[in-house]
Write a protein that binds this ligand. Structure first.
Ligand SMILES: Cc1cc2nc3c(=O)[nH]c(=O)nc-3n(C[C@H](O)[C@H](O)[C@H](O)COP(=O)(O)OP(=O)(O)OC[C@H]3O[C@@H](n4cnc5c(N)ncnc54)[C@H](O)[C@@H]3O)c2cc1C
Length: 433
């Protein structure tokens, strides 16, 4: 049977994976990739699915959520992971690849697939008709960004991320925090009070800590509304105490004292397993973030599921605009896939290409789409990007803190294994539906 063909824009990790999934299910795909005619500031080659930086796809261990994600993708026939297996280089417990062999293999498989036509052209606007998957990634071309902005509205497309660290709730020492919202308007935040001495040391550490140099195309990245915390510290001793660490409206109920400054942590998910350090977006290196933030008593043993960063990164406000199948709520013929949806990283982006490929195939065939269970690694990513409850939506990588809690009481040391087993079982059932 001949189905309607689909246009995929962006031949990166997500677009290539989506194209493969659709073509393998019998659907004709037109895959647009603007390189080499139009370059991005980070890509160096003409290959599809080029890796722009590290050659590692992180851990393969079950104890890490990134290991589970890769296992699920392999089970679902990921072309990207097939290529990674063929081009892998020794990297201990991580999966790392020879980047040239990796992208060459994918380029060859995609280009020679009878159902896929690769067009080396920039798409400057969202096609007005037909089924479209937008997978143009963190460096989406300017013209297309404008077209997306026109469709979604000005406040729904971002050009930089401003990521604050996230810690697991169970790793926070609650003896050094109190729950409260400013001016006694509830108890939504965890607050870590700082004395003048603690604040002084913290500001000093931020100023002297080692930072990552922004790349040339990222230099103009800072907006006044989301400056890196160390840049604020540099502006003056009191800047943070009048900014994100301001103590106004907060009294420590244990001592009835007004703290000199307060670090606020906000719930990151509805199940309350994760907390976000509000206003801590930063260009400090990962090791410096851990060193400096763990000097704060409440965070001494903090487990960071995400560390802070600021990058050039095009992404949309998915919770507002996408349904759980990553279709535009207002125009379901348009799907988004990859990093542009607000996931972060090679594998997370590929996973969102893989799922969209599956979902869009069902859509083309006019068959019901059965959503992936929210207990799987891919399911929790979809849940995050389509249901994040706060205004300040920022990209997310896969981590066990995102998973819905287990129903059974499970000792802490066995939790990850139990989450892994539950995900395995639920994915296997879903695949056969
Ligand atoms: C500088 C930098 C460093 C990074 N380092 C890492 C890292 O070390 N590890 C990690 O896990 N992740 C890293 N990332 C993130 C990683 O690149 C993404 O997670 C991943 O590549 C996203 O996959 P994607 O398919 O969504 O986008 P991409 O892989 O970027 O693919 C998008 C494709 O769309 C094409 N395109 C864009 N606009 C158009 C258009 N209008 N018409 C046609 N084609 C278009 C682009 O040329 C590109 O090939 C980095 C990102 C950047 C920018």
């Amino acid at each position: 049977m001949e189905y309607q063909s689909v246009t995929i824009i962006g031949g990166g990790l997500a677009g290539s994976e989506a194209a493969w999934q659709m073509a393998e299910s019998g659907i004709r795909v037109h895959l647009y990739e603007m390189r080499p005619h139009q370059k991005t500031p980070a890509h160096q080659t003409d290959f599809l699915a080029e890796l722009v930086c590290s050659n590692s796809f992180k851990s393969i261990e079950p104890s890490k959520a990134s290991g589970l994600l890769k296992q699920e993708m392999t089970q679902m026939g990921s072309l990207i992971l097939e290529s990674a297996q063929k081009s892998k280089v020794p990297a201990g417990k991580a999966l790392a690849v020879d980047r040239t062999l990796f992208s060459q293999y994918i380029t060859q498989k995609i280009s020679s697939h009878p159902k896929i036509q690769v067009l080396r052209e920039e798409c400057t606007e969202i096609p007005k008709q037909g089924i479209v998957i937008l997978a143009t990634g963190p460096l989406t071309s300017l013209a297309l960004s404008q077209s997306i902005q026109e469709k979604l509205g000005e406040n729904s497309l971002y050009f930089y991320d401003a990521i604050s660290p996230i810690v697991t709730t169970e790793s926070i020492d609650m003896n050094f925090c109190f729950e409260a919202s400013r001016y006694e308007a509830g108890s939504d935040y965890l607050n870590i009070p700082l004395s003048k001495e603690q604040y002084t040391e913290f500001v000093q550490d931020l100023m002297t800590g080692e930072k990552i140099e922004p790349k040339d195309f990222e230099k103009a990245a800072y907006f006044e509304g989301c400056l890196p915390i160390e840049v604020m510290a540099q502006r003056g001793f009191q800047t943070l105490a009048f900014g994100p660490l301001k103590p106004v409206g907060l009294t420590d109920p244990r001592s009835s004292a007004k703290p000199y400054a307060v670090i606020q942590l906000r719930k990151e998910n509805q199940s309350g397993t994760l907390y976000n350090l509000v206003g801590f977006q930063t260009k400090l290196t990962y090791s410096e973030q851990k060193r400096i933030f763990q000097k704060i008593l409440a965070l001494k043993k903090a487990v960071f599921v995400r560390l802070g960063s600021i990058h050039r990164n095009t992404f949309i406000h998915s919770p507002l605009h996408l349904n759980p199948y990553l279709q535009l709520k207002s125009e379901p013929r348009i799907f988004f896939a990859g990093q542009i949806t607000g996931v972060e990283g090679y594998m997370e982006s590929t996973a969102m290409g893989l799922l969209v490929g599956r979902y869009a195939s069902q859509f083309v065939k006019d068959k019901p789409i059965i959503p992936i269970p929210e207990t799987t690694a891919m399911g929790v990513l979809i849940h995050y990007i389509t249901s994040y409850p706060h205004k300040n939506y920022q990209p997310m990588n896969i981590n066990y803190g995102l998973f819905p809690p287990l129903h059974e009481k499970t000792p802490k040391r066995d939790k990850k294994e139990a989450l892994w087993l539950r995900a395995n079982k639920d994915l296997s059932n879903w695949i056969h539906l």
